[in-house]
Design a protein. Structure first.
Length: 202
């Protein structure tokens, strides 16, 4: 009986410690960096952020990026967040945000009928999606052509035009070393800032 009590007590202590750690981890994840705080606040006020954010400093899955981008497009085109009918073309997800963005050719699957919603978004992938979004919105803005990134050779050929267009329009920029880091995963706060820059161009 005593042994059972000790085991039960140990399990309860482990569970309590896990809950405390999880709570601390969530609080940390849900706090954006100082440089992103204002854009996150404005995006939240616009109502384009989903109810659940996995963490502003965490790498962003493709599905989450679509959720925020869809929220922006709904805000722009209808004045409020509302569902827009669009056919489902993917086998691994059936969600209005993804379906709609695919219907207007803003996002594609990783292969035929496969979207891979949980796959993390790279910076060059984000640049191409934002570029298509800007074209869809018929945004025209004069931009100053800037120097090539130091890691230009690492940018995929299919993404280069979009990457440099986003640079010249100041939507996505490089790091302090002059690198774009095309294969690096985007964080949620980085993409919120980029999406808000698109909004400011309207």
């Amino acid at each position: 009986m005593k042994k059972l009590f000790v085991i039960s007590l140990a399990i309860m202590m482990l569970a309590l410690n896990s809950m405390v750690y999880a709570e601390q981890n969530i609080e940390w994840n849900l706090t954006p960096s100082d440089w992103a705080t204002e854009d996150v606040r404005r995006a939240d006020e616009l109502g384009i952020l989903p109810d659940k954010i996995s963490g502003y400093v965490n790498a962003m899955p493709r599905e989450n990026f679509c959720d925020i981008l869809y929220g922006l497009l709904c805000k722009i085109t209808t004045g409020e967040i509302e569902k827009i009918d669009a056919p489902n073309v993917f086998m691994d997800i059936d969600k209005i945000s993804v379906n709609y963005l695919a219907a207007i050719d803003v996002v594609n699957g990783v292969e035929k009928n496969v979207f891979a919603p949980d796959k993390l978004l790279t910076r060059e992938q984000a640049a191409t999606i934002l570029d298509r979004t800007i074209k869809h919105l018929n945004i025209e803005k004069d931009s100053n052509e800037k120097s090539k990134f130091i890691d230009d050779d690492n940018i995929s050929e299919w993404a280069k035009e979009s990457v440099y267009r986003m640079l010249n329009m100041n939507i996505m920029i490089g790091d302090d070393k002059g690198c774009f880091n095309p294969q690096k995963y985007c964080t949620t706060e980085e993409m919120i800032v980029a999406i808000m820059r698109v909004y400011e161009m309207l």
